[in-house]
Design a protein around this ligand. Structure first.
Ligand SMILES: *[C@@H]1O[C@H](CO)[C@@H](O)[C@H](O)[C@H]1NC(C)=O
Ligand SMILES: *[C@@H]1O[C@H](CO)[C@@H](O)[C@H](O)[C@H]1NC(C)=O
Length: 270
């Protein structure tokens, strides 16, 4: 209840509506921690709980929201609860991004994920996060991504010859396979210039180094540039190339890594 009321307060403040005096009773909020401030045992416990969610069945009640654009593959109903959560993020992508609700929505989403880990998987820790500013100067060499420990490490960046599949750490392929949107190993492609082939015509600087948008100085500037104007702050954060798409782009994701690995594989065969 405490945490729910915290979120209620947070949401309400952000939406700049009136907050009832009694909702200020948020006395015991969960405090999220930077991944590297967790001990090895705490990291392993988080990994265990995430993997536990992947063993729980699909909820069977999840339904797509009204319109499903082509870029949102349908839910795989023989997958797991974990994949339901991934699907929910996909399903709502077009509704939550570029609205004043994105950050509070995301905070609530992570909260739901954490509650599931606690209720269904006995997790007693808190949700960790990645402080990008600690690594902006050297994402490729970051200790966040270069931990091969099979129980507590997040693994390294994938290599082109493996289609950028992550082959070490706790979520290594081929042991760890996710079924949504179709069966695949996790891919992680380091890409400091993710906008160079971005399918949007008008970009001010295609060759911008993505990490310049989430360095400690850039984040400080972002946080201080829009006093009292949440919409402008959020637009700045989510714009292309702002901090949000730039962090995604630097570690790329499954789709772009797959596309590029296909390109480089076919180039290798020509
Ligand atoms: C971005 O990353 C490159 C490669 O690691 C590094 O040389 C550069 O200094 C970084 N830029 C910032 C602003 O940290
Ligand atoms: C759905 O997930 C299952 C594994 O849980 C997998 O065997 C199947 O191929 C997936 N279906 C599709 C269409 O990707």
């Amino acid at each position: 209840m405490y945490r729910l009321s915290c979120i209620a307060v947070w949401l309400t403040l952000l939406l700049q509506t009136f907050v009832a005096a009694e909702s200020h009773t948020c006395t015991n909020p969960a405090v999220r921690r930077e991944w590297r401030s967790l001990s090895r045992a705490e990291r392993a416990e988080w990994v265990r709980a995430v993997k536990c969610l992947t063993k729980l069945p699909n909820t069977k009640v999840i339904r797509p929201t009204a319109e499903r654009p082509d870029d949102i593959p349908p839910l795989n109903t023989t997958s797991s609860y974990y994949d339901d959560l991934v699907y929910m993020h996909m399903d709502l992508n077009h509704l939550v991004h570029f609205t004043g609700l994105f950050l509070p929505w995301h905070r609530y989403y992570v909260h739901v994920y954490e509650i599931a880990m606690k209720k269904s998987c006995g997790y007693t820790g808190v949700t960790p996060y990645w402080d990008w500013t600690l690594d902006a100067h050297d994402i490729f060499g970051s200790s966040f991504w270069n931990d091969p420990d099979p129980l507590s490490g997040l693994g390294s960046f994938g290599k082109a010859e493996n289609g950028y599949e992550v082959r070490d750490g706790a979520f290594a392929a081929p042991n760890y396979i996710r079924p949504y949107p179709w069966p695949h190993g996790i891919r992680r492609m380091y890409n400091l210039r993710p906008y160079s082939d971005f399918p949007v015509k008008a970009l001010p600087d295609r060759n911008i180094m993505a990490n310049t948008t989430y360095s400690p100085q850039a984040v400080e500037k972002l946080l201080n540039s829009h006093p009292g104007n949440f919409m402008e702050f959020q637009r700045d954060f989510e714009k292309i190339p702002g901090a949000h798409p730039s962090v995604h782009g630097t570690i790329t994701g499954y789709e772009q890594a797959l596309r590029l690995s296909k390109l480089s594989l076919s180039a290798a065969y020509v």
